[in-house]
Design a protein around this ligand. Structure first.
Ligand SMILES: Nc1ncnc2c1ncn2[C@@H]1O[C@H](COP(=O)(O)OP(=O)(O)OP(=O)(O)O)[C@@H](O)[C@H]1O
Ligand SMILES: O=C(O)C1=C[C@@H](O)[C@@H](O)[C@H](O)C1
Ligand SMILES: [Mg+2]
Length: 247
């Protein structure tokens, strides 16, 4: 019989460790059997805590997943706040549909937002935005990402609060700028000094965004998933919005 090399022994051992139902490799050399036993002991030592950890994590995730959204949630806030990116992650997490008012306008018009602004002007865009919001807030639980300027209109705020709740994604200027600076798709930032424009718009709008029912404040270190988790936590502070169905 050809001698079993150390490398071959290891792969055999691994197969038996991860598939313990396989017959014990009793024909292996003494050293291999010792190593095998050592690995199995180690496997059993780590198997318990690892499985417990996996169960805890699944339970934690499961409890979040089993929370039931009771109303439509409209994410509001500045360009680059993450209404679209976080909204998608949040909808997946809660198992509800995701809709985006900007995308719906683009789809309906078959033009980009910049093109609509250019051809028909901002007031026309705002009119379409209001009509789209009215259509999207159906009363069914969903996550609705609004355009950055949508919440400024009093009529839009009424549309949102009639059936749903508004959550402000509050993000500092430096973070917003780092996210929007590389794209020129936002017509309001096509100015000589887009950063100064962003700052001005943010300071004018903040008092209005602050009228939202809830505020989720982003830490600059948050990923999209972290922010979705933070919004979930904030929503869960209101049982009329997010009902936990699993402790
Ligand atoms: N928490 C985050 N961490 C990392 N990147 C993010 C985060 N939130 C958003 N981003 C990124 O920043 C960019 C802008 O985000 P997004 O398009 O979601 O903003 P928005 O609020 O929908 O803006 P707009 O009002 O212009 O539609 C995207 O590339 C997105 O992936
Ligand atoms: O902040 C805004 O006013 C805007 C934000 C985007 O979502 C788009 O709705 C559009 O570019 C206008
Ligand atoms: Mg968006």
């Amino acid at each position: 019989m050809a001698p079993i090399t150390a490398r071959k022994n290891n792969s055999l051992i691994n197969r038996h460790i991860f598939r313990p139902s396989l017959p014990v490799p009793c024909r292996l050399s003494g050293r291999t059997v010792e190593t095998y036993i050592w690995h199995r002991r180690r496997f059993h030592a780590i198997q318990g805590p690892t499985r417990q950890f996996a169960r805890d994590r699944a339970r934690k995730r499961g409890s979040t997943m089993r929370a039931r959204l009771r109303k439509p949630v409209a994410l509001v806030g500045m360009m680059g706040a993450g209404k679209t990116a976080v909204g998608q992650a949040l909808a997946r997490r809660l198992g509800v549909p995701f809709v985006d008012s900007d995308s719906e306008i683009v789809k309906a018009a078959n033009m980009s937002i910049a093109e609509i602004f250019e051809r028909d002007g901002e007031p026309f865009f705002r009119l379409k935005e209001r009509q789209v919001l009215q259509r999207l807030i159906t009363g069914e639980p969903a996550i609705l990402s609004t355009g950055g300027g949508a919440y400024l209109g009093a009529e839009n705020r009424d549309i949102i609060s009639r059936d749903g709740v508004a959550v402000w994604l509050k993000v500092d200027i430096a973070t917003l700028w780092s996210r929007v600076r590389h794209k020129d798709t936002r017509p309001l930032l096509r100015t000589a000094d887009p950063r100064a424009t962003l700052e001005r718009i943010a300071s004018e709008r903040e008092p209005v965004y602050a009228l939202a029912d809830l505020t989720a404040e982003a830490d600059p270190s948050y990923s999209v998933a972290d922010m979705a988790e933070e919004v979930t936590r904030i929503l869960a502070t209101r049982t009329d919005i997010l009902e936990r169905t699993h402790a």
